[in-house]
Design a protein around this ligand. Structure first.
Ligand SMILES: Nc1ncnc2c1ncn2[C@@H]1O[C@H](COP(=O)(O)OP(=O)(O)O)[C@@H](O)[C@H]1O
Ligand SMILES: O=P(O)(O)OC[C@H]1O[C@](O)(COP(=O)(O)O)[C@@H](O)[C@@H]1O
Ligand SMILES: [Mg+2]
Length: 370
């Protein structure tokens, strides 16, 4: 510990950015406990993501503040998937919004509070900002990967994904019983942005008949063939799981919303209804659509996510104390490792078409609609 103390760090900051994910509070709790109890340093929480560093919203995080938060979903610090210091929305007197680079305020706020290192818990967007802050201002940052989408290539898994999967699987189980009773087709739309991990794995865990993911564009007639094949075999109901980023061959992804003051403006959603209507029209079988939405991001984290979050939180503080800035902690099963942030945000992890999970799914009769 004395060698680490020589690095001279006495105070660190923590912020959470992007969509929340169950397990964030486990990261914060572990980081605070390790910082305070093990290294004897202080922790400042930045509120509401990068906006907190721009608008100077901070609060002290003691071990008392993190008591009892392990099983809690969400983030006690608040978050946003809009604020980007390099592209920050400023509301003009005219009411119009203008984007400006206000990133200089980040090192200014950190200096004001004597914060010597910053732990950023976020997905690709937030970690890219962290990486830019490190490159442009040498802000001493360490990243912690977070997203229910599990779409970061640099880590075997992100926390939050397991909990989202549990929620989506339970939803499929529930849809099964009502689908079976009413001889209906049930379509479930799940999140995941441009990756199909939630749809694929929840679909497999819940025994879906059709799984539509962004990585495999579908043909609606092939989807209906599978449903008709089941009907012919006496199975009078079917479960179709659709990722929000799924699209028909030659078609576009369905956009639910354009968030103008966000850097990444597109919010996906709506493909479930499109697919549901087409299935009903083509097969003539009564079809209902459920959009699972933000239920997937809420609730108490699973044991896996609590433990992974805790491991990441502890590892992030260790990286800080070792002076290894510009890096992100990651899971290299069974170990916790680290990678440079630039590498971490470089590539999105999508479902590989040759993966054994896709192969197994096909072998047990799941249709991907192609
Ligand atoms: N490719 C990008 N480059 C720079 N900033 C980005 C990029 N994508 C998103 N951002 C910014 O990062 C923030 C968080 O991104 P988002 O994707 O919503 O969450 P996450 O951190 O979970 O990926 C957004 O507010 C946006 O301003
Ligand atoms: O909460 P919003 O703005 O509707 O965002 C929804 C998006 O956020 C997510 O839930 C999580 O994405 P991030 O981890 O990148 O924040 C996506 O699955 C979904 O597309
Ligand atoms: Mg993102």
């Amino acid at each position: 510990m004395s060698a680490r103390r020589r690095k001279g760090i006495k105070k660190i900051g923590i912020l959470t950015g992007g969509g929340d994910a169950p397990g964030i509070n486990a990261v914060i709790r572990a980081a605070v406990k390790v910082a305070v109890n093990h290294y004897g340093i202080r922790v400042i929480g930045i509120e509401q993501g990068f906006g907190g560093l721009i608008e100077d919203r901070t609060r002290k995080l003691t071990t008392k503040e993190v008591m009892g938060i392990l099983p809690r979903g969400g983030t006690i610090l608040g978050t946003t998937n809009r604020d980007n210091p390099f592209h920050y929305p400023i509301r003009l007197e005219s009411g119009e919004v203008e984007f400006r680079d206000v990133s200089i305020r980040v090192p200014e706020t950190l200096a004001k509070h004597a914060i010597e290192a910053l732990i950023v818990i976020g997905g690709d967007g937030s970690l890219k900002i962290a990486s830019q802050l490190w490159e442009k201002y040498a802000v001493p940052v360490v990243g912690v990967p977070k997203t229910i989408d599990n779409d970061l290539s640099a880590t075997d898994q992100t926390f939050g994904f397991d909990t989202a999967l549990k929620t989506a699987t339970e939803a499929i189980d529930k849809l099964h019983t009502t689908a079976e009773s009413h001889y209906r087709i049930m379509v479930l739309e799940v999140m995941g942005r441009y990756a199909g991990w939630i749809a694929l794995q929840a679909g497999l865990a819940g025994g879906a008949d059709v799984i539509l993911i962004p990585e495999i564009p579908f043909d609606i007639y092939k989807v209906c063939d599978k449903i008709k094949e089941r009907s012919a075999a006496g199975k009078q109901f079917s479960i179709v799981v659709v990722a929000e980023g799924a699209r028909a061959i030659g078609g576009e992804m369905v956009v639910k919303k354009v968030v103008e003051d966000s850097f990444e403006k597109i919010r996906l959603g709506g493909i479930g209804n499109v697919v549901g209507e087409q299935i009903e029209e083509i097969t003539g079988i009564e079809t209902r659509v459920t959009v699972l939405g933000h239920l997937q991001r809420g609730g108490s984290p699973t044991p896996f996510d609590r433990i992974l979050g805790s491991r990441f939180g502890a590892a992030a503080v260790n990286l800080v104390m070792e002076g290894r800035f510009g890096e992100m902690v990651c899971l290299r099963t069974p170990h916790i490792a680290s990678v440079p942030l630039v590498e971490a945000v470089g590539e999105m992890r999508r479902v590989p078409l040759g993966s054994d999970m896709v192969r197994m799914a096909r072998q047990i009769g799941v249709s991907f609609g192609n």
